[in-house]
Structures are given as C-alpha cells and as structure tokens.
Ligand binder design. Sequence first.
Ligand code: G
Ligand code: G
Ligand code: MN
Ligand code: NA
Length: 254
Amino acid sequence: LRVENRLRHALAAEELVLHYQPLIDARTRCVVGVEALVRWQPLGEAIVSPGKFIPVAEETGLIVPLGEWVLRTACKQARAWIDAGLPRLVMAVNLSVRQFQSENLIGMVQRILEETQLPANCLELELTESMFMEQVERSIKTLNKLKALGVNLAIDDFGTGYSSLIYLKRFPIDKLKIDQSFVRDLADDPNDREIAATIIAMARGLKLNVLAEGIESEQQLDFLRQHDCDYYQGYLFHRPVPADELETWLRKNS
Ligand code: G
Ligand code: G
Ligand code: MN
Ligand code: NA
C-alpha cells in the first residue's frame, strides 16, 4: 500500500520520466526508432526501475492512468522531434497486460494519436506473449482494431512466454523482439545461438521483422549480422537516455 500511495503521488507530482533507447536498422546502421522506457525519480532519491513499480501499478490498477501518461508523453515527444526536423522515428511503447485487456485501449490510442497529431505508423506497441494466452479470440479482435488504426505491433521478450506459436499465424503482428536472455550468452552458449538463429529464420519465413534486444558486444553483433537480423537494440549502440540527451545525439548522428 505504501508503494501504491507513493506511486499515485509520483504520477500527480510529475516524478515519472521517460528515457529513450535507439532501435538500429541492421543494414544502414541508422537509428530508425526509439523505445520509451519509464523511470521513477522521487525527489532527492535514486531512480526506481520499472521492474520494481510496474508490477505494483499492474496489481493496483494504477497502470491504466500511468500507461496513458506514458503513451501520451511518448507520442508528444515523437511529434516534437518531427516538428524539430529530425528524421522520422518509430516510437515504441510497452503495454502491460491490464492495459491490453482494458475496454478503453483502442479509444485511448486513437485519442492520443489525434491529440498529438502523431502519424499512426510512427507508433509501435510492444506486447508480450502472456497477454494473449487467456482470451485468444478477444486478443485477435483487439490486435485487428489496433492495426486498423495504423499502428505497428511488436512481440516483446519473444521466446520467454508460455507461447503457442499459433498466434504468429493468426495475429496481425509486424515484429518479433528476441528476448535479451537469448542474446546475453550468444558468444558461448550453443543453445542460445540455435534459438536466436531459429527465431530469425522463422521471422523471415513468416515475413515478420525481427529485432535482437540487449546487444552489448561485437561478438553478439557478429552472430546476429551473419544470421541477417533486421534490427538491433542494446548498450553496444546506446543506453536509454532522457529526451534532451537523445536529441543532441540524434543531431550529431543523423
Ligand atoms: O528499462 P528497464 O530494463 O529497467 O525495464 C524493465 C521492465 O519494465 C521491462 O520489462 C520493460 O518492458 C518494462 N517497462 C519499461 N517501461 C515501461 C512502460 O512504460 N510500460 C510498461 N508496461 N512496462 C514498461
Ligand atoms: O522488457 P523490455 O524488453 O521492454 O525491457 C527492456 C529493458 O532492457 C529496459 O529496461 C532496458 O533498460 C534494458 N536494456 C536495454 N538494452 C540493454 C542491454 O544491452 N543490456 C541489458 N542488460 N539491458 C538492456
Ligand atoms: Mn520492450
Ligand atoms: Na524485452
């Protein structure tokens, strides 16, 4: 309860900030998008990672206003970068289970796109496999409605869920994000190499884009390049940073 109240206060007191991490096109090595990652910075205290407070927000339902704040802030930022003349980027935003199952999701996304005047194809929503398990038919309807708005859909943490691969065939998905747990030991774990290579080949066969998360070393990158992964993300390229810092870097590097 204490965390819940502090989090409620954080939302009102504007203690939440978004950091942005570049998504890199493997062929051109250019930044083609960013992932928005929420951070909580209580006044005078250290940053709290979302791994600690997103689960609390989920349990208490606070994720709904918090998630709306994240989506609006990210879309506003993407619009501001377009207006500032920077190359067009895709803004990737994580959704939580409760947000995905909310009756108001489609309306909220539509309203925020209108409000911020962000073209729908500049928004990518990151979903996880666990969101689809319970109600497959309902999930497909929701995803179709999101696609009808024109937004992109990515499966985050791919390979870690209790997945049935059926959704790859039936769901209107654009991209798979290979979970960082498979990327971490690519240099020396033959199983991870096999899994990563298989996901990339499968994505290719299904005409889905594929991104590898958590790339930290040249060795990991070499392997992913050899296997023709489409997009890269990780500390090797850039850490998640505040908007102004990213903007400075984009001006220098694009
Ligand atoms: O940035 P970091 O690695 O600390 O993020 C930890 C977890 O929090 C990741 O699983 C990430 O997807 C999740 N996360 C970060 N920002 C958001 C957000 O805005 N909404 C939701 N639902 N999850 C987020
Ligand atoms: O669940 P999701 O994939 O959204 O979470 C992404 C998380 O991974 C973010 O919290 C981000 O800070 C973290 N992250 C991004 N790049 C790297 C990396 O290269 N190494 C590690 N260890 N974490 C990373
Ligand atoms: Mn993500
Ligand atoms: Na992930």
